[in-house]
Design a protein around this ligand. Structure first.
Ligand SMILES: Cc1cc2nc3c(=O)[nH]c(=O)nc-3n(C[C@H](O)[C@H](O)[C@H](O)COP(=O)(O)O)c2cc1C
Length: 322
């Protein structure tokens, strides 16, 4: 019987991991994801968009699943430009990044760099929302340096017609380590007027069930690293009957081949291809018997034939397990 059918699972945006190649392959081979969020679009200093960003949101590259692109903007001009660009491509929902913790971004007053400045968030929303179409959602952290920052931010967000708010309850300083602040998240559930989604450290069905027990009013969950480590996770959470182990391994193999083939046509030279695939294996290796060794086997490949050999060996070891 399918459990948690009414729960929505979102695939988190992750630079360098959940690009259009990955999202398309995931949607094709697995299931259970209600929305795939793509990594943020950012205007370059000269006002243009990177080719890779254009490609990652080109509608032709993003067919077959529910896709929400994300923007990074620290002023209303950038916000409006990026949102209109996406509106023109046909996107009806756009996510605004108020969470990125990296100093390169926060130092320029973007991502979680805006969290200590609720007045600036208000100004950006005031000036941008009348100019853009469709739904705007926000993904944010608890704060830049202190979790106290979020309270004023939530009170600002409450006055705008947002589609939803996704909260990763860590401050930027923590990056991705330490524990999420469960108590803070609980407090926000009582203060926010918008639909609220939880994000952070949901790596297993047990993690999901614990979170669900804690936050009974929440029915939307965003998962990043847990999905990359186990592409079946959303299906497991939703209680979808998984195929037999042999078929699951075949699915993983096909998923890997699909991704490798796509990058083979996009990247020139073994070295670029292997670097890209090594990034993929940083998380994919967790499905294999000895993740660290499986990862190293792939990482040390010096050319494509060695890479393919390493991958074959990893799958052989996975098959021989149990
Ligand atoms: C390598 C990496 C890249 C990320 N890129 C983005 C991004 O482009 N936009 C964003 O909103 N969050 C980004 N995140 C944050 C994730 O979307 C997510 O909020 C975070 O990983 C916590 O969720 P998880 O514990 O389920 O992974 C990134 C995280 C990592 C580790």
């Amino acid at each position: 019987m399918e459990r948690n059918k009414q729960q929505a699972i979102y695939f988190a945006p992750m630079q360098e991991s959940t690009d259009f190649v990955y999202r398309r392959a995931h949607a094709l081979h697995f299931g259970g994801i209600d929305k795939y969020f793509s990594p943020y679009l950012l205007l370059q200093k000269d006002g243009s968009l990177k080719k890779s960003h254009l490609r990652d949101t080109a509608p032709d590259n993003c067919q077959g699943y529910n896709h929400v692109p994300q923007i990074m903007a620290g002023n209303s001009q950038d916000f409006t430009f990026l949102a209109k660009h996406l509106n023109d491509l046909g996107y009806e929902e756009i996510n605004w990044n108020l969470g990125c913790p990296y100093p390169m971004v926060t130092g320029r007053g973007m991502g979680s760099g805006l969290l200590p400045r609720p007045d600036k968030i208000k100004e950006i929303l005031d000036q941008s929302l009348p100019m853009v179409n469709g739904r705007i959602s926000v993904k944010l952290r608890a704060g830049l340096v202190s979790p106290d920052e979020i309270f004023e931010v939530i009170s600002v967000l409450n006055s705008y017609p947002l589609a939803e708010v996704i909260l990763h309850p860590r401050i930027a300083k923590q990056l991705y380590s330490g524990t999420p602040d469960w108590e803070l998240f609980e407090k926000i559930t009582g203060l926010i007027k918008h639909p609220l989604a939880y994000n952070g450290d949901l790596n297993t069905t047990d993690d999901f069930e614990n979170a669900q027990t804690k936050f009974t009013s929440v029915d939307t969950w965003m998962i990043g690293r847990g999905m990359l480590k186990n592409p079946f996770l959303a299906m497991e959470i939703k209680g979808v009957q998984l195929p037999a182990r042999k078929v699951r391994i075949e699915l993983l193999e096909n998923f890997h081949s699909e991704i490798l083939n796509s990058y083979t046509t996009m990247l020139s030279g073994d070295s670029h291809l292997i670097t890209r695939m090594t990034k993929f294996w940083e998380y994919f290796c967790f499905l294999f018997p000895n993740p660290h060794k499986s990862f190293k086997r792939v990482k040390k490949s010096v050319n494509l034939s060695k890479y393919e050999l390493a991958v074959r060996e990893n799958f052989m070891l996975l098959r021989s397990e149990e």
